[in-house]
Write a protein that binds this ligand. Structure first.
Ligand code: ATP
Ligand code: MG
Length: 321
């Protein structure tokens, strides 16, 4: 097996949801036993699409509690935050010199995020954060990046930065690969990418009742016979997909159990599948406190910073600074 270093992360903008789980978190849980892994709380990237970081400390703590709830083990995984690692952030300067403004403006994910942003004007960090992500991945010489589909263009930027740096200054960086999960783009209730910022997500921390209420309110259609037809019945297909992922079964195989039961039977089945799936996470969450989460970050920040100091030293030496 190849010797990988795994790096990935999330913005502390709200609770993690099932989209994260099937896009990237499940892969992390599996990979933590196999490879060294870094998981980044991308706190500086919160202000790409909003003016203020909001309830940042609270969001950071609950993100780390989400990690512990899904079963990430801080003894195996280095969990750290941008704002605690100055040497990581300093990599942004040389890296920005390696990409053109035209390359930055072509990024389809950035375009989509700008379209969903509520800000009056696009800020410079929104425009350049894919290069910041290159610093995130390359500071630890990451080679494998478990992410959802929206992140593929960003991993491309990182590959470009690594290749160009090596060409100009000598071989310092590996060229990393993206790794997609079982469902690289899970849709939210009501359609579109399931996203923290779009109000269409089932949080991993949702209670049984909250989960039931969210699924009950999801739009469907009035046809009694339940079929899996992504093109013509996207809302129904979406719910079947969700149930299938939680049950570890193909969504097509679930329709027979529902038959002519209509939306209410479908929703009952989906609610049970999701609640069953989230049960062990809910239990594990109760075993950890906010103080535990802070300690996880204190330890992780220290380890990540040691790594970043070494890489920045190599970069400066390669560049002749
Ligand atoms: P925000 O709206 O605040 O940007 P988000 O839900 O898009 O939140 P991120 O923190 O930007 O979440 O993404 C974290 C990781 O989860 C990324 O690897 C991303 O690709 C993955 N991810 C997010 N949403 C989904 C989804 N709906 N399906 C699959 N993967 C997803
Ligand atoms: Mg996002």
């Amino acid at each position: 097996m190849m010797d990988h270093v795994v790096l990935t992360g999330d913005r502390p903008t709200g609770p993690l949801h099932l989209g994260h789980y099937f896009g990237t978190l499940a892969n992390r849980v599996a990979l933590q036993d196999v490879h060294p892994m870094y998981v980044l709380v991308a706190d500086y990237q919160v202000i790409t699409d909003r003016d203020l970081p909001g309830a940042i400390q609270q969001n950071i703590t609950s993100l780390v509690l989400d990690y512990l709830a899904i079963g990430l083990d801080p003894a195996k995984v280095t969990i750290f935050q941008h704002s605690a690692i100055p040497e990581l952030n300093q990599l942004l300067l040389p890296f920005l010199s390696l990409v053109s403004v035209a390359e930055l403006s072509r990024n389809p994910t950035v375009k989509d995020e700008i379209a969903h942003s509520t800000q009056q004007a696009v800020n410079g960090l929104m425009f350049t954060y894919p290069v910041h992500q290159a610093a995130d991945i390359l500071f630890c010489k990451g080679t494998l990046v478990p992410v959802g589909k929206d992140q593929l263009p960003h991993v491309e930027v990182t590959r470009l930065v690594a290749r160009r740096f090596n060409e100009r200054y000598g071989p310092v960086f590996p060229v990393p690969e993206a790794m997609m999960g079982a469902r690289p783009l899970l849709h939210g209730l009501g359609g579109g990418k399931m996203s923290k910022s779009r109000g269409n997500a089932i949080a991993l921390s949702a209670t049984e009742d909250e989960t039931a209420a969210l699924i009950r309110a999801a739009r469907t259609d009035s046809e009694r016979l339940i079929t899996f037809d992504e093109a013509n019945r996207p809302e129904v297909a979406n719910l079947l997909t969700l149930a299938g992922l939680c049950l570890g079964r193909a969504p097509e195989s679930i329709v027979d159990e529902i038959g002519n039961g209509g939306a209410s039977t479908l929703k009952r089945l989906v609610t049970e599948a999701v609640n069953e799936f989230l049960r062990p996470m809910r239990k594990r969450r109760l075993e950890h406190s906010a103080a535990d989460a802070r300690q996880v970050l204190t330890d992780g920040n220290e380890r990540a910073r040691e790594r970043a100091i070494v890489t920045l030293g190599e970069v400066r030496a390669a560049m002749g600074f």
